[in-house]
Write a protein that binds this ligand. Structure first.
Ligand code: NAP
Length: 291
């Protein structure tokens, strides 16, 4: 027997397995392409050639493959289900809340203790304070697996018995990431379009991101409290900033796709009478519309 099994040895699964091996635990690993297990076996992991053998080798199985379809393809066989019964399954594959809740139900129906998590980290950060692991599902599983989970992420956090919560937060946090990515590349494009070396922007990113980190909390508090009307920087004032960005890109050959898309959202908010509101009022455009 080993302490824990890891199914899936891609970039993230291998990092999880390696971190657990380095912590001194006995680890069984399995991967669809068996060759990917070799480096981990050299580091001390036990290689199982079959999913059900891998599951049977440990009381706890962690899955980290591409998506939920890949997870289900491996678990929904009679041999794997038989091996899982009475054991613990921790799904760390990314997906949606609906997929997570459905897999929790599937597990419950088979007497499998279940936790569903998301990893907010790069593989190289696993095991460090920089890795954030969010989990939802059976509380007893979190408590009994806490030491394994905190090995992977000292900041592991349990969100409650709803297995969909981690995926929901994963999407929400990724959403902040995508907005930032678009902002950064658009900022670089603006510099290039103005013949300003991009290094100049690099000098001020700490200031920019330092300003927007507390602003994120401010906006979310406004949304939570429904306090969308009071502001010291009206939505229409922000919109004028977008106009300047679009104008700056005009005729340069650089794409203004991102600011135009954003400007269109702001225009629709203004058309709904939200121009004098706080910029957090954009949430009104994203909420389900009354027909
Ligand atoms: P990856 O390097 O592309 O590895 C994908 C893994 O899924 C491989 O082990 C692959 O097996 C396996 N797989 C795909 N389809 C399969 C199937 N039908 N049956 C069995 N195994 C299958 O991806 P990754 O970076 O490890 O990501 C894994 C999960 O971690 C994803 O959900 C991802 O969103 C999440 N994640 C990744 C990062 C990151 O920075 N990498 C960060 C946070 C979260 P083969 O080797 O046989 O192809």
């Amino acid at each position: 027997m080993t302490d824990v099994t890891v199914l899936g040895l891609g970039d993230m699964g291998a990092a999880l397995a390696r971190c657990l091996v380095e912590s001194g635990r006995a680890v069984t690993v399995w991967n669809r392409t068996a060759a990917r297990a070799e480096p981990l076996v050299a580091e001390g992991a036990v290689h199982a050639l079959d999913v059900s053998d891998a599951i049977a080798a440990s009381p706890v199985t962690i899955v980290c493959v591409s998506d939920y379809d890949a997870t289900r393809a491996q678990l929904e066989t009679s041999a794997a289900e038989e091996a899982l019964a009475g054991r613990t399954l921790i799904q760390l594959t990314s997906g949606s809340p609906v997929q997570a809740r459905a897999l929790h139900q599937w597990a419950r129906a088979r007497n499998v203790a279940y936790l569903d998590g998301c990893i907010i980290a790069f593989p190289s950060q696993i095991g460090s304070e920089a890795a954030l692991l969010l989990l939802g599902g059976d509380r007893e599983v979190y408590e009994s697996s806490e030491s394994i989970l905190r090995t992977l992420s000292p900041r592991a956090d349990y969100l409650g018995d709803d297995a969909g919560r981690a995926s929901a937060l994963d999407g929400a946090i990724l959403s902040i990431g995508f907005g930032t990515i678009l902002g950064i590349v658009n900022g670089a494009a603006l510099c290039e379009a103005a013949d300003l070396p991009v290094e100049n922007l690099s000098r001020y990113t700490d200031h920019a991101l330092g300003t927007f980190a507390p602003f994120a909390k401010f906006l979310l508090a406004k949304i939570v409290n429904g306090d969308l009307e009071q502001t010291e920087a009206a939505l229409q004032t922000w919109a004028a900033g977008l106009d300047h960005i679009i104008e700056s890109l005009g005729g340069t050959g650089y794409s203004d796709e991102f600011p135009r898309f954003t400007r269109d959202l702001f225009r629709r908010a203004e058309q709904r009478g939200l121009g004098g509101h706080d910029v957090a009022a954009l949430i009104e455009l994203l909420r389900p519309q009354q027909s």
